[in-house]
Design a protein around this ligand. Structure first.
Ligand SMILES: [Zn+2]
Length: 75
């Protein structure tokens, strides 16, 4: 649907490979689709947000959440 990961607007780092339809929702339910890396960054930036994993990548939502909690611990 989009050529570039929309979450990449936040920073210009290249997207990770894989699907780009993981969904990030902030506390107001405003959402952004993106690759796993960029959704993770959104989560770290907006701690009250949540993630809906890609329907094409089962388990991805949990994986991103775990990665976010690991990243927070390691800060
Ligand atoms: Zn991306």
């Amino acid at each position: 649907m989009f050529k570039r990961c929309p979450s990449a607007e936040i920073d210009d780092e290249p997207c990770s490979s894989g699907v780009h339809d993981h969904l990030f929702l902030d506390a107001d339910n405003a959402g952004a689709y993106g690759c796993e890396d960029h959704i993770l960054k959104l989560l770290l930036r907006f701690p009250r947000g949540r993630v809906v994993g890609s329907p094409h990548d089962p388990g991805s939502g949990i994986r991103i959440l775990k990665a976010a909690s690991t990243a927070r611990r390691n800060r």
